[in-house]
Write a protein that binds this ligand. Sequence first.
Ligand SMILES: [Fe+2]
Ligand SMILES: [Fe+2]
Length: 334
Amino acid sequence: MEQQLQAVSGAAAQQSPEQQADAEAGQAYFDRAMAADSRIEPRDWMPDAYRRTLVRQISQHAHSEIIGMQPEANWITRAPSLKRKAILMAKVQDEAGHGLYLYSAAETLGTSRDEMMGQLVAGKARYSSIFNYPTVTWADMGAIGWMVDGAAICNQVPLCRASFGPYGRAMVRVCKEESFHQRQGFEILLELANGTPAQKQMAQDAVNRWYAPSLMMFGPPDDDSPNSKQSMAWNIKRFSNDELRSRFVGMMAEQVKVLGLSLPDAEIRFNEETKKWEHGALDWDEFKEVLAGRGPCNAQRMERRREAHEGGAWVREAATAYAAKMAAKNEVAA
Ligand SMILES: [Fe+2]
Ligand SMILES: [Fe+2]
């Protein structure tokens, strides 16, 4: 499939006149689709750069879901009750499912899951920096659900309208599950905040630690985000990083009052003139350090991922052998 797609979407170099005419017609179709804000499907012609951008974004997103299972899985055996354990297990499984929808969406662009997974375990692919922070107390399960899944929702709801069909459709289901994740996180914090003074303090500490990293999930400030403009022109990204961050801060600032906790930022305010929420300065040097692989848990996350990948090899082999056996059986029957 990859070769076929590349044949019609390749650059003008070394193309026959027929291929060039196809590419021109394809580009015209693509431009009309962008202007009409309609969808591009896997079989449609698309510019190479659009395809590359999507493969990068969707695979990074898939990797984030899979790596993101680790900080929370860390607490499954230590959940404070059977009910909490069951909920957390379901949540971590949801994240695996999100990874699967997204790898499948990326595969429709002609890159195999093996290749994407290979890039991840070789340390060549990125995933969201937030998952390189440690989960030190049970309250972190609450803070992650409320803030990290909350930031993911702000980011992903507009992606339901992304121009690439399989990505947008995957996001619809992902967002429904993320809202459950956010509520369960909020509920964990609410219970702790109404518990003993020590429990309330534990909740506040977790909120303090996850606040800045969750704001940085939206990516660098707009004037330092070179790819954003093109992604917006392609109807993949709908709002700028700063716009989404501002909305998120507004949402958190209201909800934290219900928790009876506070956000560790004295500069949060609603600007009546711009009608936007503002927040204090963020440490972008720290963000870049974590992105460069020097965060508190980068090495551990990658090591666990590799172990899981190698440890799961026999499952993949067995599944492939079983599928071949069934296919052969069906052929005989047919
Ligand atoms: Fe997720
Ligand atoms: Fe989630």
